[in-house]
Design a protein around this ligand. Sequence first.
Ligand code: PMT
Length: 399
Amino acid sequence: MNNAFAGKNILIGISGGIAAYKAADLTSRLIKLGSNVKVVMTKNATKFIHPLTLESLSGNQVYHDTFQTTERYDIEHIALAKWADIFVIVPATANVIGKAACGIADDLLSTTILATEAKTIIAPAMNTVMYQKKVVQDNLSKLEDLGYIIIPPGKGRLACGDWGEGKLADVDDIIKILEANLWQKKDLQGKRVLVTAGPTIEPIDPVRFISNRSSGKMGYAIAKACALRGAVVDLVTGPTHLEPPTGVNIHSVESAKEMYDTTIKLYENVDIVFKTAAVSDYRVQEVATNKIKKGSEPITLKLERNPDILLELGRTKKHQILVGFAAETQELEQYALKKLKDKNLDFILANDVSTKISGFQSDFNQGTLFCENGEAVTIPLMDKEEFAHRIVDEVIKHI
Ligand code: PMT
């Protein structure tokens, strides 16, 4: 199971800011991802969100500054500090940041921050002026130097009515950073990986183009899997609506020609290439400078072949491992094996795109990975993120 969250103990610290309610969403999502979640709150945080909400979502007792008994208080902060695989403070107020930076431990949350040896992530949220104050910035820099991970706040309309920096980072981004820090299998450390993803688009005129149904999901999942596993990743992507994976170098392109140029430039220095993109095989021979006006007569577009990027990579291959994808609706094995041979690949994933449940646009995929040594591994229908890890697992066996 390639899930960084499964079975992990995540301690969420909530301090007193309006964004405290977002910690409830975070708690719920981490539980769904399979983590064990415990929550510690400051007294002020309990004014913004009731501990019962967090208790119900986490399924665990919530710890807060009620100073039940001194004895219990002492035990709790050590027990929580030891229990946590990772500690995330969401939201972190200027007050909590200041205490953590100065080693002040005067309530359960600040004491637990000081007592834990777990990696601690801090997601500040506050008014813009407060956030930009030198003392807060100095405290954050100090914490960063001390090994804390800071997730910078975003910009937007703040609860006080101001507009600017200080809005708690998106819960999606907090989850991505947690995932990157919880991931343990770093079997691509020291490797450089190139992934191409998405469609290419071939212009007809300034407003129209030819393209295909690729969403980029499969390629982005591979890029994310490789980055989590420690590789330096270059993702050459055609236009998509996807959020780029954390820690990946993004190279945005539109046409096959642009994808060709960018890929060839990066190729020399990479160890593995996953050629997931659905590259348009043809482009319009003469792109109109102005928008083509419609009339009653049919129009004819003359198409010419685009360069085959993977063919060129195979032709000039030195040390690189080349993984191609073959999107097929019939004779999967036969067509895929032909491409494996013709393009001088090490692997090809025969991707069944005859059904809507997998392949283009779906969150799921299935197929058979053929190796040039004759081995074949069939990967059944599964989530594209898991599918990506399964392909990477097989490729790594051959490094
Ligand atoms: O993006 P999603 O919606 O998640 O969908 C994923 C996917 C179905 C697009 C993906 O899993 C997939 O199968 N990608 C390959 C699609 C394809 O174009 O296959 P092909 O058989 O036309 O090309 C074979 C290989 O040659 C591919 O690795 C392709 O990137 C490469 N190629 C093709 C043409 C060309 N001009 N240059 C190339 O490099």
